[in-house]
Every structure is written in structure tokens, then in C-alpha cells.
Design a protein around this ligand. Sequence first.
Ligand code: AKG
Length: 285
Amino acid sequence: MTARNGDERRRDLSGQGYCVARDVLDTDMLRRVTTACDAALDALPPEHLEAQRSTGSMISVYEDPFFAELVAHAPALRALRDLGFDRPAWSSGFIISKPPGGPPLFWHQDWWGWESAHSYGEAPQQLFLMYYLVDTTPENGCLRVVPGSHLRRHALHDAVPDAHTDALRRADDADHAAYAAADGEVDLCVKAGDVVIGDSRILHATHPNASDHRRTVITLWYHPLFHELPEPMRAALSKPNPQRDAWPESARDRIAALIPTYDGDADPLPWNRTPGEDLRASEGA
Ligand SMILES: O=C(O)CCC(=O)C(=O)O
């Protein structure tokens, strides 16, 4: 994929649901992030990977305050600013590592706010920043996406209404539609240190990892227009966070400007990860 300028990336994100910012991690930061991830992965009990065979590991970045540095990484915040988002908030993140021989990740989307009419409009509620620590290819488990599926219904929305089930995580049935080729899918191969920025509503999956090496990604969840979100959504995102509170002060200070806060009295939006009928197949359909 050739490098895209800021305007093109903005158009890619709103129309296709994703864009790529190049070289967001320099060699030193890439090495430090890889060291932190490898330490967390090497400490995992085997049961963890068995329960998450399709995903690979699922380790919260709150487990290591080092990741505050990545959350507040200036080049990443610049990439968001270039997209028009200069007041992002950040809520969570995970180290997701597909071991050699790992099966494909199931098709899914990650947004949980489908109870709100806001989730059916163009503005993004939540973005992922996915940092791959090795160059990705279809052979080692690169990301697959269905462009435009953040705004338009796709057959997968009905075939796999909520993919986050234990059976799909374990990859019990390799022939399930959740792992199959999908209409309109594209491979998203990137270089180590690039970041894929995507709308949390986009349908995405991965290829299996047929290489001899770990394929690790860190997914961080930002809310690019937090201050414009409906109050119940802001209330849900601003709930107390004991894991974050347990970070040392230096780590909390680093991310202080990114902490979602809401001081109104709206009830938090209920969690619903299944898009309703208002997600239409195409405009006017
Ligand atoms: O493992 C990957 O490449 C994708 C991870 C993913 O789907 C996610 O973080 O939502």
C-alpha cells in the first residue's frame, strides 16, 4: 500500500472505516514495546492461549504501566490530530499475539454502543489504533477488513451477530462462517511500527499465522470526539477504573489529558454489541 497524505487518510477513515499512519513507532520505541509485550506473553499460562486460540493472547495493557507511554505517544496523537481529532480520550487496550500456527481470528466488530442512535451516524464513537510489531502478510496473520462495513450492513452482521463467544474464541469449529472469506474483504498488510487506525464498527478478522514467529498487535481504543458523544455514552466511558487507578502516579500523569470524564447525571448507556435494524445495507435501503 502506498503512503497516503492527511486528506486521503481522513477520507479513507470516514468512507472505508480505516487508514494507515506510517512509522509511528521509531526503532527504539518498537524495541521497547516489543520487550514489554514479550515479557507479558512469556508469563502467560498455557490455558490462556487455549481459551483464546482464535484471537491469540488477550492481555490488558493496564497490566503494565509502561503502556502509558504508548497511549500518550506523541506521533500517534499527531496522527489523530491530522485526522481532525485534537481532543481524543482513551479507554483501554490489549496485547493480542497470534502464536506460530494460530488459526484465523473470527469476523467481528467491536463497538458496544448500538443502543444509541449516534452509533448509526457517520461520526466515529471509538477508534482502534493497532500497532503491529512485525511486518504483516497473509502468511503470518495480517488483518482483513470489509471496507465501509462501519456504516453499512453486511451479510456477516446477520451470520455472526455477536462474535465474542467462548466457542468462537477457542476456534472450536474451523468451518464456521466467522472464519471464512467474506464478500468485499481486503487484506491490510503493514510494516512493523505503522499504525492502523480504524472505526470500531468496522468488520475485521485476520488470516491464520502460518509463520514460525509470533505476530503481535497492540490494540488501543480512543474516542476521537469524546466531548461530542451523547451524555449516556460519555457516562459509560467515564465509569470508575480501578485498573487505571492502580497505575503509579507517573503513568497516570502521562495519560491525564486522555482520561474520559463526565460530570453530568445521565445513566450510562447499556452495553449492546449487536447492531440493530438501523444499520442499513446501503443508503436509503
Ligand atoms: O489480531 C489482530 O490483528 C486484530 C485484533 C482485533 O481484532 C482487535 O483488537 O479487535
